[in-house]
Design a binder for this molecule. Structure first.
Ligand SMILES: [Zn+2]
Length: 214
């Protein structure tokens, strides 16, 4: 048909315009790789904190003297184990969350803001809390910045095997940095039976592997 071409062009222009508007409305920034969390991502974040707030001390499931010998939570946080208090501890340190490219990391902290990468949202709720707890520690200053992991660092990154810590700034030389505090938290989860002892120990060991001492 003679008139089919102009009609087609009109439609394609319209379609193009609609796509642009939808892209803009979706909240994806066109010229920056950093954006506000969308509704789904905010929900995931909220659910992570709700989960944390269910974790409260109950009957200790391990030998009391073993608990007393190994617990570090209170000496680090200055309050006894409590998911609600820990949630407030994190939220008082992280003021803003954004979504964007985090390169070789799952999340990045900068000046009160945490940038969350795509991988964060595929983690389970416990791993999401561990990431947030770790990032919140960076708010406490450069004493908690990382040091380079040894070139012969052999441990896997439990949250993303593609990330190899060897030779990268992904270790701590203080016992109560981002990795020490996640380990201390996992210890409590094992002690109170929120995780079985095997899982708690594996997870604890994995976090503590990043704390290196000469
Ligand atoms: Zn860190």
């Amino acid at each position: 048909m003679v008139d089919s071409k102009p009609l087609f062009e009109l439609y394609s222009q319209k379609t193009f315009f609609i796509v642009i508007v939808l892209y803009w409305l979706s909240g994806v920034a066109l010229y920056s790789d950093e954006s506000k969390l969308n509704a789904k991502q905010s929900k995931v974040l909220k659910e992570s904190f709700s989960y944390l707030e269910t974790l409260e001390p109950k009957r200790i499931r391990i030998d009391k003297s073993t608990y007393n010998r190994l617990t570090q939570f209170e000496s680090i946080f200055k309050f006894g184990f409590s998911g609600k208090k820990l949630s407030r501890w994190i939220q008082s340190r992280i003021k803003k969350y954004s979504f964007g490219s985090t390169g070789e990391y799952i999340a990045m902290y900068h000046d009160g803001d945490v940038l969350l990468g795509r991988a964060f949202f595929s983690l389970n709720r416990l791993d999401r809390i561990l990431v947030l707890l770790h990032e919140a520690r960076h708010a406490d200053g450069k004493n908690y910045g990382h040091v380079v992991c040894p070139e012969n660092f052999q441990f896997l990154n439990p949250r993303d095997w593609k990330i190899h810590p060897a030779g990268k700034k992904g270790c701590d030389d203080v016992p109560d940095g981002g990795y020490g505090i996640t380990a201390a938290f996992l210890f409590e989860l094992g002690a109170f039976g929120y995780l079985n002892q095997t899982e708690a120990a594996h997870r604890y060991n994995s976090e503590i592997s990043r704390v290196i001492r000469d």
